[in-house]
Write a new protein. Sequence first.
Length: 330
Amino acid sequence: MMYKRIITHYDFDGVASAALCSYVLNIDFIYFTGPRAIIESRLTTTSGDVVCDLPYPHGCGLWFDHHEGNMEDLKNRNIDLESLPGRFALLSSCSHVIYDYFRERLALPGRFQQLIEEADLIDGFSYKNVREWRRITPGKIIDGTLRFQGDDPKVMRTYMKSIVLDLRDKPLQEVADRDDVKSRYEQYLIDERNMLEQIRKDGFFLEEDIKKELVIIDQTPYNQRNPILKHLAYLMYPNALGVISINTLYQSDQKTNNLCFSMSLSLRMTNQQHAKNVGLILRNLNLGDGHRGAAAGVVVCGTGEEMNRKKEETLHHIFRAWRNQTDDRM
């Protein structure tokens, strides 16, 4: 079968996934998108498409993923996971799933090993502590440049494709040493400092959260995109166990009343046994999907009044679900 296009997520894991598929399948056509474009059927796929790190779209040629919620969605659609071309596995990154799949079929260059190790850490947010998370690595540098918000979408897509093709052909460190990567990373660090200041102003706890376990960062009052890397909240609230960020979604650069809730566990939870699973919380509330340590979802709202009401209701629903995830070790 001749595959013609790679459709992948626009984060570090999606880029790493595309690099592996591009290497093995000799594909240069890379298309970047997010889960909602697949869920809402805004993208047509054919048997010539390889889809990575996204929900399964009917009719694609190969599908690779690692999100538990996407597996549950297939069950709800009565689709047999084993019948699909490609592979699904509950690993820390989709690129790890792809690496294992192709490694069983052919020899892969040793340089991909470091790429997979960093993708596992970044996408799974499985660092052992804050010090390890803050350590600068080639993967962290490239990941930061993908989070940089200074370019228009067309320029960003061109940049991401160049990263994919370089990761396909070169060691991770060599890609991180590119002049444009270094420049973008410096810009990202400026963004990061601004994010920390924003978190300081906008972070709060629900009144019922007596133990101050879940930091909330509400970005909905702003009339422009003001992205926040929510993990930075742990630098300001080191005793928190999790963080929730709330943003309004944009469509064609226009602010809508729809809400995006993004949630993650603190690194404090990494070395503990506990019952917390934020992916399960959002799935059970029919909000979205993710992993045990990180998840996101969307709440559709018709008016500004409905948005404010649903925002408050959803926060309380999430906190109650969080509080109910307990066991004897907490």
